[in-house]
Design a protein around this ligand. Structure first.
Ligand code: FES
Ligand code: MG
Length: 579
């Protein structure tokens, strides 16, 4: 044990349920006995909740029914009692309109299930995009000791001698199919080969970005996020999480001791160095704010300017996938390259510092994990824009787009809805040039609704046939972490609530100036005022249910899209009733 024990058996949180000689506690003990446990199983032992985001429809978490057994084995060995608790399985592949609508629902569920049950510590089992921030946000607020167990990436995709990357190659080959270059048989082969094992997307998409930065924040065991789901090391890591969380309970090692401003900055630096998903911005801000740390878009842009992108994993990197990253040394080796930039004194779930966690880490392939002297891209992977189109910010991934778009001026082609845009891009006679700037609005947190991943707007067929594969695109949507291209995203405030994007018209000149971090429409102020006066807000998307709660309380992209009433600064929950 790394830290001295601070918690005695009688002061365990669960002993409030099981300890007293009263009628309520009699009921609790009796129901534990109904479950088949003797008092020796649960009295005076850490009760460990295992929050398992498995479902039959979560293809990335298909190994969790097995993996949870490894976690339980570890908990039992260390003298705790494991209690598996199914948690909202926010899967990325099937959830409509978008999984982002439900991240906060998972966070609420996690917080309340921990608060209301006799749990002394928790292992959070997640990985598919929104599950990581959802689990972590809820557990931060609940405040009991926690370890995040990342699902681990899938093995590399494979078809007909070609390596396939999640998402990225789906987009790429879809464009080729639309251009008539791929047969039905080849398409079926790609379909079966692109996701051929359990685990999360194996590009540096949102899943691997989020599990990596969660590890960098100190919330996972060292190296955990890089282990492929199908590797037996992943089973061993599961048992390690189980053993470690029991010790964390005795040590009283709560998340507030781990998630400090330094830890959040470490996470942000690692995100930039990995070529992270743009979604990282929204989730990292939301997670930090749950810990009472006001991370801003400008903080992230400043860190981005000073952090070279050294992880050559697609889509921002060119050649490799997460399996290669693991063989090259994984996140520990990447963080060792960044040692001079990170705060190595930050505490982690191990009870040791981040520096101790990466001690001895080596890079085994310096084309995958580059030295700072030979980065994939000299600055970090994300840049934050401001301007009269996005006064509260917008995000772009310069490393993933053709540099010729870094400074670009062109006429806007504006779409008010996804179906309208889709009809246009499929029209082979669409009057569009490579200089056009495609714009999709009403696709933000309220407009989407739920902030869907529509931001990699498809290149119009008319341009695809001419051989074009990139163009400047702007939206108030997000995009998948596996996407790429000259896509400006997260425009805030969104058009649905009257952000300036709502005022843009077809043919207006739009100017992107990435070196100066500007995004503007070249329309004079008097005209913009006229357009604003004529603008009427659209009807709300929901009049009942969870969607209504979401639209009433969700914050904008630059604030992390948490619900206002869940933010740490909002107030406090009632004290846990002693009944
Ligand atoms: Fe689950 Fe990509 S679909 S991580
Ligand atoms: Mg994704």
């Amino acid at each position: 044990m790394s830290l001295p024990p601070r918690v005695s058996p009688s002061s365990l949180r669960s002993s409030r349920w099981f300890g007293p000689d009263d009628l309520r506690s009699f009921g609790h003990r009796s129901r534990m006995m109904q479950l088949g446990y003797s008092e020796a199983d649960f009295m005076g032992r850490p009760i460990i909740g295992i929050l398992n985001t498995w479902s039959d429809l979560n293809s990335c978490h298909g190994h969790f029914p097995e993996r949870v057994k490894d976690v339980k084995r570890g908990v039992l060995q260390a003298g705790g009692l494991p209690m598996e608790m199914p948690s909202l399985s926010v899967d990325e592949s099937f959830t409509k309109p978008t999984s982002m609508l439900y991240r906060n629902m998972l966070a609420m569920e996690v917080e309340e299930m921990i608060r209301s049950h006799p749990l002394d510590g928790v292992v959070l089992m997640g990985g598919c995009d929104k599950t990581t921030p959802g689990l972590v946000m809820g557990a931060i607020t609940a405040g009991v000791p926690m370890i995040f167990l990342p699902a681990g990436p899938m093995l590399r995709g494979h078809y007909a001698g070609k390596i396939l990357g999640s998402g990225s190659d789906a987009w790429k080959y879809w464009d080729e199919r639309r251009a008539g270059n791929i047969t039905d048989e080849e398409w079926l082969g790609i379909q079966g080969g692109i996701a051929r094992s359990v685990g999360t997307c194996m590009t540096m998409g949102t899943a691997s970005t989020m599990t990596s930065l969660t590890e960098a924040m100190g919330l996972s065991l060292p190296g955990a996020s890089s282990i492929p789901a199908a590797d037996s090391g992943h089973q061993r890591m599961g048992a390690d999480c189980g053993r470690r969380i029991v010790d964390m309970v005795w040590e009283g090692l709560t998340p507030d001791q781990i998630i400090t401003p330094a830890a959040v900055q470490n996470a942000a630096i690692v995100a930039m160095a990995t070529g992270c998903s743009t979604n990282a911005v929204v989730h990292l801000i939301a997670m930090a704010r749950r810990a009472g740390i006001d991370l801003t878009l400008d903080d992230l842009d400043a860190l981005g300017r000073n952090t070279p992108m050294i992880c050559n994993v697609r889509p921002s990197g060119k050649d490799y996938l997460m399996e290669d990253f693991f063989y090259a040394g994984g996140l520990r080796a990447l963080m060792a390259q960044l040692a001079d930039k990170l705060d190595l004194s930050a505490l982690t779930v191990t009870g040791q510092t981040l520096g101790e966690g990466i001690a001895g880490a080596e890079v085994y392939n310096d084309d995958v994990i580059r030295p700072l002297s030979n980065p994939v891209y000299a600055e970090g992977s994300l840049a934050v824009l401001r301007g009269n189109l996005c006064p509260d910010g917008a995000v772009i991934k310069p490393a993933a787009c053709d540099p010729k778009y870094w400074v670009h001026e062109g006429p806007a082609m504006v779409f008010d809805s996804y179906p309208q845009m889709k009809a246009a891009v499929d029209d082979e006679n669409l009057d569009v040039t490579p200089d056009h700037v495609m714009v999709l609005r009403n696709a933000g947190p309220l407009g989407g609704p739920g902030f869907p991943e529509w931001g990699m707007l498809p290149i119009p067929k008319a341009l695809i046939k001419q051989g074009h594969r990139d163009m400047l695109r702007i939206s108030d949507a997000r995009m998948s972490g596996t996407s790429y291209g000259a896509c400006v995203l997260h425009v805030a405030p969104e058009s649905f609530v009257g952000g300036p994007l709502a005022l843009l018209k077809n043919g207006d000149t739009v100017r992107l100036d990435l070196p100066n971090r500007r995004l503007d429409m070249l329309v004079d102020e008097a005209e913009l005022i006229r357009r604003r006066d004529a603008w009427t807000p659209p009807e709300p998307r929901y009049t009942r249910g969870y969607g209504f709660l979401f639209q009433t309380h969700v914050t904008q992209a630059d604030k992390g899209c948490d619900f206002d009433f869940l933010q740490q600064s909002f107030g406090r929950a009632a004290d846990e009733p002693d009944i």
